[in-house]
Design a protein around this ligand. Structure first.
Ligand code: PLP
Length: 410
């Protein structure tokens, strides 16, 4: 501090435990490089619009037509047609008695993750969170006073959870388990046996299941998405979905949470979530008008993930680039829109993923996210999004390999 100057304003200490490096210091440095006239390839964020993907035209029309009816606050839990459309999706998944009042619509899944955890946690309560995770989950647990207990999903297991090991991590303070399927960042799509084992574990220990299914219909080859809710009728299951990814409308900020299973014991909890939803008045209203249109009829995401689809081809380019590389290994992503390669430790010994990401940005102008940002102890992974065109990704991996070559020679 310079003499005579007042100290900086304080920052809440609880933020120290929060990490969200997807848009962190590296992204700030990327902006500086761009301001200096450099082109930076942003492989850090799963933002379809930034790569030329468009929201389906019918959804845009639904929003535009209903704009005149969207000027006021909406109901706190969402407009009826949106809630009803989500309930009908769950009916079609076999939960035939799902009603609209089991659905809460929010400003993206992000807001609902916070609301559902804030309504649940007492200080020191524990929540089982996968590692690697989508770091919002860990952050939201911590910010709401809880403790995130990470269960490892190992690369050698195809990034699937090991349910027996998770059981050993359960204590009298464990309140819930988070499942992300299809998974960000690994691209793992969980088989039904794994999901059933997780559901049974939660039921045995009376845990709430938070099932983040925002990538539900983004599956490749023969991978098949299995929803958690029908497998967990005897405990409370909160399933999350939204318009951001499957419908390429992240900017509209529309997501939903669906409460199923042991509802007779969840009345107070659901009222608490609704109370917090009321505190923020309502979710973005115009975007909600697209939910019914989105969920009904033909699902255009199938054209992107099927053979010859743009996402399929980008994924293929990344798989082939990793196969060609003598430095990289990749568990093939079977869902979502990311790849999570690892750098062979036998070549590099101690690898520093943050240093690698910083050098890749500085010297090759590619922005990636270091793997340890996803709350894993290993430091030899990184995440990229599959959203750019295949050729861009092939070229990016040539530059990644060039840098690894230089580092291997050091
Ligand atoms: N959950 C996962 C696993 C995600 O990857 C993301 C965004 O990348 C979100 C939730 C947040 O989605 P939304 O845009 O609905 O807030």
């Amino acid at each position: 501090m310079i003499a005579g100057m007042k100290p900086s304003f304080q920052t809440a200490g609880r933020l120290e435990a929060v990490r969200y490096e997807i848009r962190g210091a590296l992204a700030r440095r990327a902006r500086e490089l761009e301001q200096q006239g450099n082109d930076v390839l942003h492989l850090n964020i799963g933002n379809p619009g930034a790569f030329g993907f468009r929201t389906p035209e019918t959804m845009r029309r639904a929003v535009i037509r209903n704009l005149p009816f969207s000027e006021g606050y909406g109901p706190q839990a969402g407009i009826f047609p949106a809630r009803e459309a989500v309930a009908m999706q769950f009916q079609a998944r076999g939960l035939t008695d799902t009603r609209y009042d089991q659905v809460v619509v929010g400003n993206g899944v992000s807001e609902l993750v916070d609301l559902t955890l804030r309504s649940l946690l007492e200080p020191e309560d524990e929540v089982l969170v996968p590692a690697p995770d989508y770091p919002l989950w860990t952050a939201a647990v911590v910010l709401n006073g809880g403790k995130a207990v990470h269960y490892q999903c190992r690369e050698s297991d195809g990034f699937l959870p090991d349910v027996a090991r998770i059981e050993e991590q359960i204590t009298s303070k464990t309140r819930a388990i988070v499942v992300i399927n299809p998974n960000n960042p690994t691209g793992a799509v969980y088989p039904e046996e794994t999901l059933q084992a997780l559901a049974d574990l939660a039921t045995r220990h009376d845990l709430i299941i938070f099932s983040d299914e925002i990538y539900d219909s983004i599956c490749y080859e023969d991978a098949r998405f299995v929803p958690m809710a029908p497998l967990a009728p005897e405990t409370l299951c909160v399933s999350f979905g939204g318009l951001s990814k499957v419908y390429r409308a992240c900017g509209w900020r529309v997501g939903w949470a669906v409460f199923t299973g042991a509802l007779e014991r969840a009345e107070d909890y659901m009222l608490a979530v609704e109370k917090l939803a009321a505190l923020r008045l309502s979710a973005n209203v115009p975007g909600q008008w697209a939910v019914q249109t989105a969920l009904g009829g033909y699902q255009s995401i199938a054209d992107l993930v099927g053979r010859d689809g743009r996402l399929f081809e980008s994924r293929q380019a990344v798989i082939e680039a990793c196969e060609r590389s003598r430095f990289l290994e990749l568990v093939k992503p079977m869902g979502a829109m990311y790849a999570f390669p690892s750098v062979r430790t036998e070549v590099f010994g101690d690898f520093d993923d943050h240093r690698f990401a910083a050098e890749l940005l500085e010297h090759k102008h590619i922005l990636i996210v270091p793997g340890s940002s996803f709350n894993i102890p290993e430091r030899n992974h990184f995440r990229i999004t599959l959203l750019p065109e295949a050729e861009q990704l092939t070229e990016a991996f040539e530059r990644i390999d060039d840098l690894l070559e230089e580092l291997a020679d050091e």
